[in-house]
Design a protein around this ligand. Structure first.
Ligand SMILES: *[C@@H]1O[C@H](CO)[C@@H](O)[C@H](O)[C@H]1NC(C)=O
Ligand SMILES: *[C@@H]1O[C@H](CO)[C@@H](O)[C@H](O)[C@H]1NC(C)=O
Ligand SMILES: *[C@@H]1O[C@H](CO)[C@@H](O)[C@H](O)[C@H]1NC(C)=O
Length: 485
């Protein structure tokens, strides 16, 4: 068995979960120093490796600002677009395993592009607050590099897309604010939170740093000064997958499964699982073009959970990742979506709206329902959901999602499961509601449908009973209803 040094890992966890927040406040005086442009190339410490599709994990050729010959030596393609990848804080002083994965995915999608990896490993290996300070210098370095490409080779800056992860996102922001001309796009992949949540725009990623700034927030758990990922929106489009605080598949149970499967050395992946998910979501968008993840604008996580925000009108929805629709609103918009725990991450979102009729007043909380969807292309059975509340003669709305593309929805089955604990009262009280119709709105297909019972009448949804079936309301049953009234 290989010995693994887990000390750096613990430092990582400690810093991110406890110390960084406190350092943040003591570090403020230096954080206020404004960032200036560099005038010569001598003090550029960052290195710019032009990787190749053949060697995605090796820095074999460096583009050196001030040394024109390096551009041709590295076979830089002047007519293609350029991706500039900026890594984040590291405990090991080495590139993390996502770097070659992202480089490979970029080349797979854009084979003629130039993928440049910025090496600031020495500065990123310091105490977190020190490395956080260094993002300004790294940003200056990157800006000098871009200005040099523009001035010396007339390389069009609107072909430059910077991707920065964690601290690298803020370095990208600084770079973008310093270049002579605005770069085309900056993608912030879970920009670091500690020391940046309350910092000024010129040291953090912000919408003015590029023509378009899109941001994925994947690990924003805890109070703002403790959160590993920045919580506030910092781009034109800010997407919070799964609410943004934590990602599916990143819990402890999953940790043990992974350790069993892949061995101990991958445990650091796990600590950073939700943080790093931002990168894998972007990679997903490069590799699975045919399975785009849709995100929906919403004022709150809670409203999204109720399924209230699945509209695409007036740019309310957008595509996560590479093919994002470059919408620049007056204020940044928060967008939400659910995902799977693995790549491809895509799911299909539905809003369900149900009115629960009853003769008696009855209110129940935290009730387990299972819902099955049947469509033209497939089916998705027994999707569990918990209804926070159901009460008589009220309408409730909730979000349902499934990884299966079921096509056009044809039939819905609803089952009210028994409570997990035994309750005596359930012997005496009949827990049931009548349902007349179910309104379903699909996010991905942007369709609204109404479902009725087969004969168009009310059906009774009773706890513990067999599922009730709803089909698309046809003209016949709607006519029947009208005659009755
Ligand atoms: C440079 O990229 C363009 C597309 O942008 C491509 O047509 C051309 O073949 C590439 N040149 C080289 C030398 O790879
Ligand atoms: C709920 O509304 C129906 C009519 O829509 C009515 O008959 C019934 O009595 C109401 N139930 C309660 C508990 O008020
Ligand atoms: C049910 O509750 C509502 C308001 O709480 C009340 O107006 C209504 O009369 C009640 N209906 C029955 C049948 O008790």
């Amino acid at each position: 068995m290989t010995r693994v040094d887990i000390k750096p890992l613990f430092l990582w966890m400690l810093c991110l979960h406890a110390f960084c927040g406190t350092f943040a406040t003591t570090d403020l005086p230096t954080s206020r120093t404004t960032v200036a442009k560099k005038t010569d190339f001598n003090d550029i410490e960052s290195k710019f490796a032009l990787r190749t599709p053949e060697e995605v994990d090796e820095d074999t050729c460096f583009l050196v600002p001030g040394q024109e010959n390096t551009i041709s030596q590295c076979n830089f393609n002047h007519t293609s677009k350029t991706f500039v990848v900026i890594h984040g804080w590291t405990v090991t002083g080495m590139y993390e395993s996502w770097v070659p994965k992202l480089v490979a995915a970029l080349y797979k999608r854009e084979p003629d592009s130039n993928v440049v990896v910025v090496d600031w490993l020495a500065r990123s290996q310091q105490h977190y607050p020190v490395s956080a300070e260094y993002t300004k210098l790294v940003g200056q370095d990157v800006a000098s590099f871009i200005d040099w490409m523009d001035e010396k080779f007339s390389y069009p800056v609107d072909k430059i897309h910077i991707l920065g992860y964690s601290l690298g996102a803020h370095a990208a922001g600084v770079a973008g604010s310093l270049t002579n001309k605005k770069v085309n796009r900056i993608t912030g992949l879970d920009p670091a939170g500690p020391t940046f949540e309350y910092a000024e725009n010129d040291v953090t990623l912000s919408p003015d740093d590029a023509e378009f700034v899109d941001v994925l927030h994947t690990y924003t758990r805890g109070s703002p000064d403790r959160s590993i990922g920045i919580q506030k929106p910092v781009g034109h489009v800010d997407i919070y997958p799964n609410g943004g605080s934590f990602q599916p598949g990143c819990n402890i149970g999953e940790a043990f499964r992974l350790i069993a499967e892949k061995g101990f050395s991958d445990i650091d992946q796990l600590v950073k699982c939700s943080h790093e998910r931002s990168i894998h979501l972007f990679i997903d968008s490069l590799l699975y073009e045919e399975k785009p993840n849709m995100a929906y604008r919403c004022n709150s996580k809670e409203a999204f959970e109720k399924g209230l925000c699945l509209s695409c009108r007036k740019n309310r929805c957008n595509t996560l990742g590479y093919k994002v629709n470059k919408v620049r609103g007056k204020r940044s918009s928060r967008m939400f979506l659910k995902t799977r725990a693995q790549m491809p991450f895509k799911v299909f979102h539905y809003q369900f709206k149900v009115h629960f009729f009853g003769k008696k007043n009855l209110t129940v909380t935290n009730q387990p329902l299972t819902i099955s969807l049947y469509g033209t292309r497939g089916e998705s059975e027994n999707i569990p959901i918990t209804m926070p509340e159901i009460s008589t003669n009220k309408t409730f709305s909730f979000l349902l999602y499934t990884e299966t593309d079921i096509g056009d929805l044809l039939m819905v089955k609803l089952k009210w499961e028994k409570d997990s604990y035994f309750s005596l009262s359930s012997w005496f009280i009949s827990y049931s509601y009548d349902i007349q119709r179910i309104r379903v709105k699909s996010g991905e297909f942007q369709k609204k449908l109404v479902f009725c019972s087969k004969d168009g009448n009310h059906v009774s949804l009773a706890r513990g009973n067999s599922p009730v079936v709803f089909v698309k309301c046809n003209q016949h049953s709607i006519m029947k209803k009208k005659k009755k009234v």
